[in-house]
Design a protein around this ligand. Sequence first.
Ligand code: DAK
Length: 264
Amino acid sequence: MGYVNVETEGAVAVLTIDRPKALNALNSEVLDDLNAAIDGLDLDTVRCLVITGAGDKSFVAGADIGEMSTLSKAEGEAFGKKGNDLFRKIETLPIPTIAAVNGFALGGGNELSMSCDIRLAAENAVFGQPETGLGITPGFGGTQRLARLIGPGYAKQLVYSARNIKADEALRVGLVNAVYPQEELLPAAKKLAATIAGNAPIAVRACKKAINEGLEQNMDDAIVTEEKLFGSCFETEDQRAGMGNFLKKKDDPTKVRHVAFQNK
Ligand code: DAK
């Protein structure tokens, strides 16, 4: 697909945004290609998704400033909606998502990484919301997701000041989960994705839903959300296989039995 390469290894899919001449900046075509790539995933077989950028310099250097510079108010709103609809689709995708941030993650790039469940970074990664320096607000959910992820105080400081931060600071404030040397980043992301994909898919999906939906609710309602999703795992083949495996292991503690979960 034009600006997005899709590679599937077992139950893990890797989407690579590939627009090197603009450091993988998001123009309308890249957004369309990313949307089509996500729609094209076979969620019966793919159990975890990794999103990364081509090359070793940039994840995504933001929304395309050239394209945005001439937008009218109405066009700006439409562009914002296109990105927001896509990022929300990624955020609510039933399967877990990992952003492997291999360089600049600025503006829309940071916002894309934040629409994923987990962020892993290369040592050269740079994060930021530079929009106020460009005369605009973050437009793809940056004000909302950054504040939820790292807390309003630090998010406000970064958004108001338009200051970029390096991987070590991103790790310290909890924006990323881990930092790797550049060449180890994608293998580490794929390894984590494979670990996640090896667990019971119905349960993993239910956990994602429980965490995402519960965070939008008060604790009483959130606990009910969890109860329902917990209940939904029962009578599945995966629940029977997973618990059965544990009980069998108890009979023979020297044997480690791997469960091949069926997603049923
Ligand atoms: N857009 C378009 N082209 C970009 C780009 C971008 N965001 N970032 C880099 N490029 C292009 C450069 O123009 C250059 O192209 P040529 O001149 O070679 O043709 C090429 O990529 C290489 O970049 P540099 O030569 O600048 O490379 P350096 O290593 O010197 O610098 C840099 C790398 C990432 C520090 C620098 O390129 C940079 O500052 N880029 C801009 C980063 C940025 O400000 N990103 C945030 C964009 S704002 C909204 C919807 C969405 C948004 C807002 C509102 N609504 C509609 C409500 C989102 C906004 C953003 O994402």
